[in-house]
Design a protein around this ligand. Structure first.
Ligand code: SAM
Length: 290
């Protein structure tokens, strides 16, 4: 089926969310190409600013990207006592790098994305996000995150996996072996956070990703945030810690109102942090049985 009809982009993906599709009215197609890994599309929408799609799936829109990027960054960073060295796997649009680099304890950021074309296209069309890629503290490596982790051990305080969905180049980032690699790439006391799908449309995927995390980390949990342009308007993250005492639901670092303003945060604060771990009963039950 054609995702662009009558000036609307529709997110038609019968495998990941059968029978449902979000649509955005498009004013202009800014860029469209097939890279070595995926279809890349950037459009100017009527209501949500510019938007990036990979393989027909919305990755971010300028209007609501902050909810996803702030939460996947600060939930793990504020749960670690001193997150100095941070790895981002995926994240080629730059949104997570932008947020991670704002955290006062962070000294080094490495970003590994498989597709240099996503990085270049976002630098050209999505400067509000890709400013994170131009930060001199962010070292960008083009390569497969799974392969990269195979060669790095005991290096990182926090690893954030900001990947696309499990169909396509990110498939290996949703497997048990990936969680074992994450664990060995961490320093003692390290923490991970990974994009883990939405319970409304993909409860099985959420549970299997959580299971991989739980099998490897002494502390594992799932948190949610709302992103209106993601399927079902909600997305979740699995978080894992090597420290048994970690209580993800209670942030170790609390930003003051002044900090939040200085960092230009629009979504995250300590109250939203705590609330992200309050899960509906059907999700809690499914995770308890995972
Ligand atoms: N927030 C987004 C979402 O969930 O819709 C993810 C955005 S980010 C653009 C996803 C990035 O993951 C893409 O740039 C893609 O190239 C990258 N990616 C996919 N598979 C990868 C892999 N195996 N290793 C590293 N990066 C990968």
């Amino acid at each position: 089926m054609n995702a662009m009809k009558l000036g609307w982009f529709s997110e038609l993906n019968s495998e990941l969310w059968p029978g449902v599709a979000l649509s955005l009215e498009v004013e202009e197609v800014l860029h469209s190409e097939r890279s070595s890994f995926q279809d890349i599309l950037v459009v100017k929408t009527l209501t949500h600013g510019k938007a990036l799609m990979l393989d027909g799936v919305i990755q971010c829109t300028e209007k609501d990207e902050m909810s996803y990027h702030e939460m996947i960054s600060y939930l793990p960073l504020c749960s670690h006592p001193k997150p100095q060295n941070v790895l981002i796997v995926g994240g080629g649009d730059g949104g997570v790098a932008r947020e991670v680099a704002k955290h006062p304890d962070v000294e080094r950021v490495t970003l590994v994305d498989i597709d240099d074309r996503v990085i270049e296209v976002c630098k050209q069309y999505l400067p509000r996000l890709s400013l994170g890629l131009n930060n001199p503290y962010v070292n960008i490596i083009v390569g497969d995150g799974f392969e990269f982790l195979n060669h790095h051990q005991g290096e990182f305080d926090v690893i954030i996996t900001d990947s696309s969905d499990p169909i396509g180049p990110a498939e290996n980032l949703f497997k048990h072996a990936y969680y074992q690699l994450l664990k060995s790439a961490l320093k003692p006391g390290g923490i991970i956070a990974s994009q883990a799908g939405t319970a409304w449309a993909n409860l099985d995927q959420v549970c299997s990703t959580f299971q991989h995390c739980k099998a490897v980390f002494p502390v594992a949990t799932y948190a949610v945030t709302s992103v209106p342009t993601y399927p079902t308007g909600q997305i979740g993250f699995v978080l894992g810690s090597l420290t048994e005492q970690t209580n993800f639901a209670e942030p170790m670092k609390i930003f003051s109102g002044k900090d939040l303003d200085r960092m230009s945060l629009m979504y995250y604060n300590d109250k939203v942090h705590r609330a992200a771990f309050a899960l509906p009963r059907f999700v809690e039950k499914a995770l308890n049985n995972a």
